[in-house]
Design a protein. Structure first.
Length: 551
């Protein structure tokens, strides 16, 4: 396994094993590897696995990415152990687990460290024999003190409390009784990574550096309690530069044990001239961690449940707002039959449609859009897009002007990654003439009564993607018995268990085979065939249809 050894401008060193197929490095807290270096972009570079090897690419960063002293271009470069990467003021050495975190067996001589299974320590420290017959008065005082401390912590943790406050309280009690210089609590995230959830002193970089890969392997993965009297003399940590760089010499750590898992650890450290931890400290920390573990788990579950309920309420509200944007009924058009429908994949949709009569009903605007992204963010963008397009539509502007105006307004009001594909058609009912612009959307499908078909391809880029964009209008016609089918890619890109897409060919064949059906029944046939194709595979994207048939 490859490991990234990150050295920041301040001199701190951290290790990040490449455990995922893709790892984004940057200044943002949302990056997979966050480096607090202001010269980095929020999402600076990406390391990914491909063709049996690891590669790095620059993500359009302001200051660029260096590979062994050479600036990366627009492509990706394969990386190997020994390579040096430069990101802003930080450098990254590519190495391996074996080289960076090799766990060696202790020498046959005396050792300055103690590693014991945490559960074994708990059983020993709570044994009835030791409590019933202490060997001397000093032992009795020590056991009595430990019980008093544990009782104090249990009472403090018993009240209703949020997770951040709970972790802060745990560290407060630990510092009060064990008097370390630095301390930190690391919790395992859902993706398997570890987050420094609390630290003392607040903002201490040294506390952050306590999360060394080797320590995680020993304490969390191995469910062991660790007492290291001198980091420099313990072969397990001989190459843990992050600990040495922080001046850490003595440390003690305990896992947060659950019934069948370990969800984090608490680590305390000190310099030798200030404090050297003892086995008694280790036993007390293991006991405190055991008391805190279940409480941490319960608080996390409670907060996740509250967040989930809040999110469900937000999604329901967003869906109600979005449904209000979608027309509750389609206008009647003499000589035509219409049907439209939207099925979101995540409670709310990034698709929307509208049908607007204008110029004394001589024209009908048909609009179908699919904004970038999914979920609530995409739903909010649909509201903006609907509002921004409404003005140009109301003035009677032709499709190419509506698209250009909407694109410019959307670009000015949203981040660059927010845009929308869009199909806008101007239907002249009397002649059956359709003037349309396809702004990077899926090609519309005209199904002829005689069994022919025509695809209406793109005539311009997605709206909101470029500061200035131009669009061309194209024309087609609908004869009696012809049908216009507009759709979003949630239909054609739906996958089955084998990863195969539904595709435009299957959609065309189905529409041709059911070309005599009214729009509502045709939409039902498409949805039925789509469900049979997916065979239970969840739909990853929203599905929207707008069908117009000339009678």
């Amino acid at each position: 396994m490859l490991v990234l050894e990150v050295r920041t401008p301040g001199g701190s060193i951290r290790e990040f094993p490449l455990q995922r197929e893709s790892t984004v490095i940057g200044r943002s807290s949302r990056a997979d590897v966050t480096i607090l270096d202001r010269s980095l972009s929020r999402h600076h570079a990406r390391v990914f696995k491909q063709d049996g090897g690891w590669w790095i690419e620059d993500l359009g960063s302001r200051n660029g990415t260096l590979y062994n002293g050479q600036r990366l271009g627009s492509g990706a470069v394969r990386i190997q152990p020994g390579d040096i990467l430069g990101l802003g003021g930080s450098s990254i050495k590519v190495t391996t687990v074996e080289a960076a975190f090799e766990v060696k067996k202790p020498s046959s001589g005396t050792t300055n460290s103690l590693f014991r299974p945490a559960r074994e320590l708990l059983e020993d420290s709570s044994s009835a024999q030791r409590l019933a017959a202490p060997s001397d008065e000093a032992t009795l005082r020590r056991l009595t003190h430990r019980l008093a401390v544990l009782n104090d912590v249990q009472q403090a943790l018993a009240r209703p409390i949020e997770l951040d406050e709970l972790l802060s309280l745990i560290l407060d009690r630990v510092f009060e009784h064990l008097r370390p210089e630095e301390g930190a609590i690391f919790l395992r995230e859902k993706d398997g990574s570890f987050r420094c959830a609390a630290r003392r002193p607040a903002g201490s970089e040294e506390a952050e550096q306590l999360c060394s890969y080797n320590l995680i392997q020993q304490v969390v993965e191995g469910a062991q309690a660790a007492l290291v009297l001198d980091v420099e003399e313990d072969e397990r940590f001989a190459r843990a530069e992050s600990l040495a760089a922080a001046g850490i010499r003595s440390l003690v750590a305990a896992p947060f044990l659950e019934a069948d898992d370990t969800h984090g650890m608490i680590v305390l450290s000190s310099r030798l001239h200030t404090r050297q931890f003892t086995e008694e400290d280790l036993e007390l920390l293991v006991s405190l961690a055991s008391v805190a573990a279940m409480r941490i788990r319960n608080v996390r579950l409670t907060e996740e449940a509250i967040l989930s309920r809040r999110l469900e309420r937000d999604v329901a509200l967003a869906r109600r707002i979005q449904v209000a944007i979608l027309p509750d009924h389609l206008p009647g058009i003499d000589g035509y039959e219409l049907h439209a429908g939207n099925v979101p994949s995540r409670g709310v949709s990034g698709d929307f449609y509208k049908v607007v009569r204008r110029i004394e009903d001589r024209e009908v605007i048909l609009l179908l859009a699919d904004v970038s992204g999914k979920g609530i963010g995409a739903a909010l963008l649909t509201g903006s897009l609907e509002a921004l397009s409404a003005g140009a539509i109301a003035t009677g502007a032709p499709p190419e002007e509506v698209c250009a105006t909407t694109s410019r307004l959307l670009y000015e009001r949203t981040p660059p990654e927010k845009y929308s594909t869009l199909f806008l058609a101007e239907l002249h009912p009397t002649e059956g003439r359709v003037i349309y612009c396809n702004a990077g959307h899926n090609p519309g499908l005209v199904v002829r009564r005689d069994g022919g078909a025509r695809w209406l391809a793109s005539t311009g880029p997605p709206v909101g993607l470029l500061p200035e964009a131009t669009y061309e209008a194209a024309t087609t016609g609908l004869e009696p018995g012809d049908t216009l089918v507009l759709y979003t890619d949630g239909i054609t890109e739906a996958e089955n268990h084998d990863g195969e897409e539904y595709g435009v060919e299957r959609l065309e064949a189905l529409c041709l085979g059911h070309r005599e059906l009214p729009p509502r029944e045709l939409a039902g046939a498409i949805e039925k065939d789509l469900s049979a194709f997916a065979a239970g595979t969840p739909f990853a994207d929203d599905r929207t249809l707008l069908i117009v048939r000339r009678l």
